[in-house]
Design a protein around this ligand. Structure first.
Ligand code: MN
Length: 205
């Protein structure tokens, strides 16, 4: 696993192919309150590009990253996209699309379990043990530790392999179309989260 750390934005001209795995690290779990600290990206080739977002960073300070997030020809592959898409919308004002979410795919096909965490999927589908030790560390620190960067990279390195497994299950169970419609709704779900409906299921009676 190779990690390349970038400050503030991706370098110009970097290509990730048709599907880029993305994860974010923030100061906490509230996208309105907690600032974005790190965006990890991988083409699925074992390399992670990590973009560190400094405290004073603004919506227009990462044009290369934002162009990739909005590129209609590049699928943004997340685990629990709802959170990352909301955080990226809050920070950059960008609508991520198109999207694939391994957590939603797992919920649609692995109905025999209620374990849909990234750690669960990596263990059950790939036989890979992920460490979650650095999950709740200080991602706003100006210098991230080697342990933090390794952890952050590990969150994007397996998403392509997971997508392959989940795609096969979605096809087998005839739920590919349903999954695609759920993925398409995610930017709206992110807007609802930011607009004050985070804890409300608007489809509920
Ligand atoms: Mn992560």
């Amino acid at each position: 696993m190779t990690i390349q750390l970038h400050k503030g934005d991706l370098p110009a001209g970097l290509q990730f192919g048709p599907i880029v795995a993305i994860d974010t690290e923030t100061m906490g779990l509230n996208p309105v309150r907690d600032r974005l600290c790190l965006v990890q990206l991988s083409a699925g080739d074992g390399t992670c590009h990590a973009v560190q977002i400094p405290q004073a960073h603004g919506a227009n300070d990462a044009p290369n990253l934002v162009a990739l997030l909005a590129d209609p020809d590049v699928t943004k592959l997340f685990h629990f996209a709802r959170f990352d898409v909301t955080v990226l919308k809050a920070h950059f004002g960008v609508t991520c699309a198109p999207i694939y979410c391994t957590k939603i795919a797992s919920r649609l096909v692995r109905t025999f379990t209620d374990r849909h965490g990234l750690k669960d999927l990596c263990r059950d589908l790939l036989g890979v043990e992920l460490s979650k030790q650095q999950q709740s560390s200080d991602w706003g620190a100006p210098e991230l530790t080697r342990e933090q960067l390794n952890y952050a990279a590990s969150d994007v390195l397996h998403l392509h392999a997971l997508k392959d497994k989940l795609d096969a299950m979605l096809a087998r169970e005839g739920r590919r179309g349903l999954a695609e419609e759920c993925f398409r709704f995610l930017p709206v779900r992110a807007e609802l989260d930011l607009a004050g409906w985070a804890d409300t299921d608007i489809f509920q009676h």
